[in-house]
Design a binder for this molecule. Structure first.
Ligand code: B1M
Length: 214
């Protein structure tokens, strides 16, 4: 049915313009934007990671691939954004301090925004202090923390401790995710939930606001 192989190749080769163009073409042929992300762009990035691990790709190759994925995501984001619906809840989200990986977090933010949450994206390399301040200011129902490096995962636990110190922990649910983050790790640091990917984050966050709303 849907052939996303050229798009996958454009991400792997880091061809920014082609990735955006092929994403638009895929939309025009009737492929659902979510499918373009999960069955196209993400598969391309997975291959890029494998090539980096095997020594075939270096940092600049990863960076170019990341830019290609971003330019394609920019085409898809407006199609996933929903407006005019009553909000399901406010989500503050970001990538933790020391971590420059934001593509997966962007996908999660887009999916949550597209399913009716009001999303405040703090970007990447976000300190625990910035998360705590934003939770307070935005009166967040959910805090989403993303980490892609094993070395930055502990910062998630620190952020939860800082929420406790600020007296905000009981008011906000914390969801964590990112490739190295497991459900076991989420429990270990005292998070409320973990989601493997953007699609899984939607029902998990819906459940969190139902439980939190009582
Ligand atoms: Co880096 N990197 N990187 N990198 N990079 C990885 C993560 C790595 C696995 C590559 C490898 O070795 N195979 C490895 C980490 C090893 C480890 O810690 N165990 C690695 C490394 C080592 C590094 C550097 C240290 C390399 C160096 O400098 N020598 C360096 C670190 C910089 C830093 O952060 N301080 C570095 C740098 C970079 C770039 C900047 C070049 C670039 C990022 C650009 C950007 O994001 N703007 C980059 C990239 C692109 C990758 C890979 C290839 C791809 C990541 C990605 O975007 N995937 C990655 C290899 C890989 O993951 N296969 C790799 C696509 C994205 C859609 O998936 O991010 O997993 P993902 O997000 C998913 C889920 O994880 C989940 O949902 C998302 C959507 O489905 N999810 C959540 C994510 N956040 C969530 C939050 C949630 C819930 C679910 O709730 C809140």
């Amino acid at each position: 049915m849907s052939d996303l192989s050229s798009l996958i190749k454009a991400v792997i080769s880091g061809d920014r313009d082609k990735a955006a163009q092929l994403a638009m073409e895929a939309v025009n042929t009737g492929i659902n934007p979510e499918e373009i992300i999960t069955k196209g762009l993400q598969l391309g990035m997975m291959t890029v990671g494998e090539k980096f691990s095997s020594g075939e790709y270096f940092l600049p190759d990863m960076l170019m691939a990341a830019r290609a994925m971003k330019s394609a995501l920019e085409v898809l984001q407006p199609l996933l954004a929903k407006s005019g619906l009553p909000t399901l809840g406010r989500v503050v989200i970001g990538t933790v301090q020391g971590d420059m990986h934001d593509i997966g977090k962007n996908v999660v933010a887009t999916f949550l925004g597209g399913s009716g949450f009001e999303v405040y994206d703090l970007g990447l390399n976000v300190s625990a202090r910035q998360f705590v301040d934003a939770v307070r200011e935005k009166k967040a129902d959910i805090l989403g923390l993303s980490a892609l490096l094993t070395t930055t995962m502990p910062t998630m636990g620190q952020t939860i401790k800082d929420l406790e110190k600020a007296g905000l922990r009981s008011r906000v649910k914390v969801i964590v995710g990112g490739a190295p983050v497991t459900a076991e790790f989420a429990r270990f640091i005292g998070a409320d939930a973990h989601a493997r990917d953007g699609g899984a984050a939607i029902p998990v966050c819906k459940k969190l606001v139902q439980r939190g709303g009582a």
